[in-house]
Ligand binder design. Structure first.
Ligand SMILES: Cc1cc2nc3c(=O)[nH]c(=O)nc-3n(C[C@H](O)[C@H](O)[C@H](O)COP(=O)(O)O)c2cc1C
Length: 197
């Protein structure tokens, strides 16, 4: 990274985002990942909308596209191991929900019963930018079982050992390299609708 890029990165690191577990699928074919790219995207509190940015190569992205729905969960601060379960590896080779207390949301998504809270989301729009698929979703239900602050990215990283930290960094680098060509192509051929005025 250049000095300027390091300065910019340091500013981004001043933020401390919550980590969400995004689950999707059916009881027979299910999965989930850890995500920071989750935003409340509605002004009107009577029509709650959530936006999620999910990498196209992730198994959870595939499940969201197959079902048109996902659930998002915030975690208790002592659920670092649970967060890591969803951040490492791919649901294509392992059932990340095995052994967890799971039920089903109204949209049919796996619901983590021991999370701090959850939101059930039905997708109504999708944008593929090459390195991310952005989903807009109506939040159709939600519940909370605790008032403690949710686990954040910085707390998570403080609690992981060097080996796991290196694995997370390597995974992120792998995702960046894998998606870069598609993202560059998307930028060079932006649909008219998305070009700046
Ligand atoms: C702190 C943190 C934040 C992450 N945020 C996102 C995210 O917003 N979107 C995403 O697609 N992946 C994100 N990831 C990566 C996925 O959680 C990870 O690659 C996961 O293992 C993918 O699982 P899957 O292939 O089973 O869906 C994040 C990872 C970490 C450690």
């Amino acid at each position: 990274m250049t000095i300027e890029q390091q300065k910019i990165d340091k500013i981004f690191r001043l933020t401390n985002r919550e980590v969400w577990v995004v689950t999707a699928g059916t009881p027979q074919r299910r999965g989930g990942l850890l995500a920071t790219w989750i935003l409340q995207a509605s002004l009107d509190r009577e029509s709650p909308v959530l936006m999620a940015g999910i990498a196209p190569n992730h198994f959870t992205r595939q499940l969201i596209d197959e079902t048109g729905a996902f659930a998002t969960h915030l975690l208790h601060q002592n659920q670092v191991d649970l967060a890591l379960k969803f951040a490492l590896g791919s649901g294509r080779s392992v059932d990340k929900l095995a052994g967890l207390r799971v039920s089903e949301t109204e949209t049919g998504c796996p619901l983590l019963k021991d999370a701090l809270c959850w939101l059930d989301c039905r997708v109504f729009a999708r944008l593929d930018t090459g390195d991310r698929i952005f989903f807009w979703a109506d939040v159709v239900a939600g519940d909370q079982q605790g008032k403690s602050p949710p686990l954040t990215e910085q707390e998570l990283l403080q609690h992981v050992d060097g080996e796991i930290r290196n694995q997370l960094i390597a995974d992120r680098q792998h995702d960046i390299e894998k998606q870069k060509p598609q993202h560059n192509e998307w930028r060079q051929n932006l649909p008219a609708l998305l070009r700046p005025a």
